[in-house]
Write a new protein. Structure first.
Length: 181
């Protein structure tokens, strides 16, 4: 009986150890740039993996009338990645589709999502740590450049959560958690 109790108490711990941990900064990483890039890589990778895992025939699915479809969520994220950087004085690259949220073809949606995340990554790699506390306006409110970068990560996580719910409703488990339940 004691052996059963011991095994029963260890198994959940061992199974829990298999749960993917969020990306963590190495002990030597102290810059905000490094922390932001680690967070961006984590959420960006998950968004892309999920966009790739959802079947193309589900991209038009929406939970109700007037609510964004799966493709519209991913293209909204892509467009917002460019838009939010304009508050830091970083213009969107030339040649972006004017009708980003109208793109419904899976391959194009995934390509735009990837391109926008790479644009965020490139911009963040060039961020000036000294300017992070510089005041900027974001939607009419006072904040700092650091606040804009925080808003970007918050926005990405918000829509990752929404996309996970959409995927699960449509029978798709997020690739990083598939087989864990």
């Amino acid at each position: 009986m004691k052996r059963f109790i011991l095994i029963a108490s260890i198994v959940p711990f061992l199974l829990g150890a298999r749960v993917q941990e969020p990306a963590k900064a190495p002990a030597s990483a102290t810059s905000y740039r490094t922390e932001f890039l680690i967070g961006l890589d984590d959420v960006g990778t998950k968004l892309i993996q999920l966009a790739e895992a959802i079947p193309a025939d589900k991209y038009s699915w929406r939970p109700g009338t007037g609510i964004r479809s799966i493709s519209e969520v991913f293209t909204h994220v892509a467009g917002s990645n460019y838009f939010l950087l304009t508050f830091l004085g970083k213009p969107a690259p030339a040649g972006l589709p004017a009708d980003m949220e109208q793109i419904t073809e899976k391959a194009r949606v995934v390509a735009e999502l990837k391109r926008s995340i790479e644009h965020l990554r490139t911009t963040a790699k060039g961020m000036n740590e000294a300017d992070l506390e510089r005041a900027v306006k974001l939607f009419g409110n006072n904040t700092t450049q650091r606040g804009v970068y925080g808003t970007i990560l918050n926005h990405l996580h918000e829509h990752l959560g929404q996309s996970i719910a959409y995927a699960r409703i449509n029978g798709v488990a997020p690739p990083w958690s598939a087989g864990m339940n």
